[in-house]
Design a binder for this molecule. Structure first.
Ligand code: BGC
Ligand code: ZN
Length: 362
């Protein structure tokens, strides 16, 4: 079958035509025909050979971790799925170590050993192939009306997990705080989907990102009801004045300098969430004392979050239905273009532009 693979040793990224077609090897497995695979910054890193690891014994890694597919075959013990159903798979699989409480409790997103695998990223083939096989435990059924936007489920789960953590953290306040003001740093898919989640939760949300207006990301943000400010046009001091004291900053840019700059706008009892994994290593000078003083005197929380759990995928699918009803056409607008697998390399090159690029298997 056809698949998109990276060969780190020979530094190649290409379509392979003869990847072995996966078959069911346990009664709880499901065989899925891939419909769409989203491409993100992580794929760019992998295609640049700066991240990602092939499965043991393989010289290549099939990429793709943001997938939507159609069930074609189910094992004899599979319940709740049948051929024709649409599904999205989770990404991370547990480590094998007895001493890892996270993985042993079904939360490999909090794995403490680093021995987890991630499909399409870390020591496990991904979904950017005509077919994949997955255990039913790692699949989520997608309502048919979400067919054209469900490829956004996985990037949305990042925001779902983050907001779930914010809700937990708010419990440290002995009263019930109302959702206040939020700033989203970055306007890629993770940023814009994060803005949707924050708006849905009741935060008045501003998107702060690099590209000057007008641009398609700003257009989407503002159509959602989130003012868009460009860091090239509005410096952080001005953002502080315009947005007021900020209760939640949701960082989705993966740029360390910008992130620490924006940390300064966080208000009393605020929560700053890092989701971006920086690619570039830029030198950073911090006013450490001022920053610590701000964080201590204002009871602030700085939180990093990665990957997502079972419940975050369920929440993401429910939210996609809500977003579809509340902002008709906006999710669709975030999908810039659909491409055949042969165009993967072109898509991961920095020139692609737009918001979310998707590989389709037709
Ligand atoms: C994926 C996560 C993954 C992370 C680190 C992100 O792009 O969405 O599922 O855990 O990369 O590999
Ligand atoms: Zn991704």
């Amino acid at each position: 079958m056809k698949a998109v693979a990276v060969f780190p040793k020979s530094r190649e990224v290409r379509v392979i035509e003869d990847a072995p077609e996966p078959r069911l090897s346990s009664p709880t497995q499901v065989r899925v025909r891939t419909l769409e695979v989203g491409v993100c910054g992580t794929d760019k890193e992998i295609a640049d050979f700066r991240y990602g690891t092939p499965p043991e014994g393989s010289d290549f890694l099939i990429v793709g971790h943001e997938a939507l597919g159609e069930v074609v075959e189910v094992g004899s013990a599979v319940q709740g799925l049948k051929p024709g159903d649409l599904v999205v798979p989770r990404v991370r699989r547990p480590c094998p170590h007895e001493r890892c409480p996270a993985c042993r409790h079904g939360y490999p997103d909090f794995c403490i050993t680093g021995g987890y695998t991630e499909r399409g990223i870390q020591k496990a083939h991904g979904f950017c192939a005509q077919f994949f096989v997955e255990d039913v435990a790692y699949l989520h059924r997608v309502p048919a009306p979400l067919r054209h936007v469900a490829v956004l489920t996985e990037p949305l789960t990042i925001a779902e997990k983050a907001l779930r953590e914010v809700e937990h953290l708010k419990e440290r306040l002995p009263w019930e705080p109302k959702p206040g003001r939020a700033v989203v740093l970055g306007s890629g898919p993770v940023g814009l989907l994060g803005a949707m989640v924050l708006l849905r939760a009741g935060y008045s949300t501003t998107v702060y990102s690099r590209s000057p207006k007008p641009n398609v990301k700003a257009e989407v943000a503002e159509a959602l009801g989130a003012p868009y400010l460009s860091s090239q046009q509005v410096p952080v001091e001005e953002l502080r004045k315009r947005a007021g004291p900020v209760d939640v900053v949701y960082e989705a840019a993966g740029a360390s300098k910008a992130a620490f700059e924006v940390l300064k706008v966080l208000g009393p009892n605020g929560i700053f969430i890092f989701t971006g994994v920086p690619g570039r290593k830029e030198p950073l000078e911090l006013e450490g004392a001022a920053l610590l003083k701000q964080m201590v005197l204002h009871n602030q929380v700085v939180l990093g979050t990665v990957n997502a759990a079972d419940m975050d995928f369920d929440a993401a699918l429910e939210d996609l239905e809500r977003f579809h009803a509340r902002w008709p056409g906006r999710l669709e607008r975030m999908i810039t273009a659909r491409h055949p697998p042969e165009e993967f390399i072109q898509v991961v090159s920095d020139k692609a532009g737009g918001i979310k690029h998707v590989i389709t298997f037709g």
